[in-house]
Design a protein around this ligand. Structure first.
Ligand SMILES: C[S@@+](CC[C@H](N)C(=O)[O-])C[C@H]1O[C@@H](n2cnc3c(N)ncnc32)[C@H](O)[C@@H]1O
Length: 296
């Protein structure tokens, strides 16, 4: 049996651990009458790859505002050999080196990535650097400074997997024919119809003013954006699409905060448990409730 494709980047808010609960909300006739899939906030794509591994679909659409992430998806789809050969070269240089040399390599690659990023470069080189930094940086974070420069420090992994050739090939095959778009979620409007399952995993609403969950990309995603998204989801649902969305549960820190219960009044708002690093809840990691918004 061929290898299943799995996410090729670690991403904040990754959905791997709550996949079973999300699967339970897939359309009952998925792969049949519902034969299109859209994931407008794709990130690491845990749900995307689950869907691609399990169903044969007539059309698939993904997008994200992170240009370099989208360049990496496109490169994995269209130029996987080049991506693998650059990553393989970087891996051969990085892994045998001692800590001092590794540090020099990491920061030199980060600088090169930022140089290319500033020019909106979309070549396989920027994609390979994106994967390298994701695999070797602190906690697989993606964070940029005010000028848009990626500024995550080096992580301390002893033996990071930089070039996962088998998975990249499986990913490339699964992405064949997938429409990959750099831009806002609203660009999915023309794609989504009554035959579409659309999964929305936006930046989570911060649980407190200090928990900054909304900084994967320069554009903030505040309460106004959450409200606009809810109206967009209503619109897609009214046109017959099968919609599912995730978000944080404000009731973790304020049991009277029913922001999402009101916003998604036309849908079922389910509470599920996840294990997350959330600073405002106790200290460090803990089990917190998250929201899954699905058909009523
Ligand atoms: C919670 S993460 C998605 C996590 C993903 N489901 C996973 O399993 O890894 C949210 C993503 O939305 C993207 N994003 C933020 N604002 C956006 C917008 N207006 N339109 C599309 N994507 C956006 C971010 O770059 C980020 O990758």
């Amino acid at each position: 049996m061929k290898q299943q494709a799995k996410p090729f980047v670690k991403w904040a808010g990754g959905k791997a651990q709550i996949l079973d609960e999300i699967r339970a909300k897939y359309p009952t006739d998925f792969g049949g009458r519902v034969n299109k899939y859209a994931e407008p906030f794709v990130g690491g794509g845990a749900v995307l790859f689950d869907v691609l591994n399990r169903f044969d679909l007539s059309a698939v659409y993904i997008s994200d505002v992170n240009r370099e992430l989208i360049t990496t998806y496109k490169t994995a789809r269209d130029s996987v050999d080049t991506l693998i050969s650059i990553l393989d070269e970087i891996e051969r240089e990085y892994l045998p080196s001692d800590d001092d040399i590794r540090k020099k390599i990491y920061y030199a690659k980060r600088e090169r990535f930022n140089h290319l990023k500033a020019k909106n470069d979309e070549t396989p080189e920027v994609a390979a650097l994106f994967v390298f930094l994701n695999r070797t940086c602190f906690n697989g974070l993606y964070r940029v400074n005010a000028k848009g420069g990626y500024n995550v420090p080096q992580g301390s992994y002893k033996n990071p997997c930089i070039c996962d050739e088998d998975n990249l090939r499986a990913v490339s095959e699964k992405l064949r024919g997938v429409e990959i778009v750099h831009g806002d979620y609203k660009l999915a409007r023309d794609f989504i119809d009554e035959r579409t399952f659309a999964y929305f995993d936006p930046p989570y609403r911060p649980l407190t003013a200090t928990a900054s969950f909304t900084t994967y990309a320069p554009d903030g995603f505040g309460d106004k954006e959450q409200t606009d998204l809810a109206r967009f989801i209503d619109e897609m649902s009214e046109r017959g699409a099968w919609v599912v969305a995730s978000n944080s549960d404000p009731k973790n820190t304020d049991e009277n905060d029913d922001f999402f219960d009101k916003l998604y009044a036309k849908h079922a708002v389910l509470r599920i448990e996840a294990n997350r690093a959330i600073n405002s809840v106790g200290n460090g990691r803990g089990r917190v409730s998250e929201l899954l918004i699905a058909r009523a």
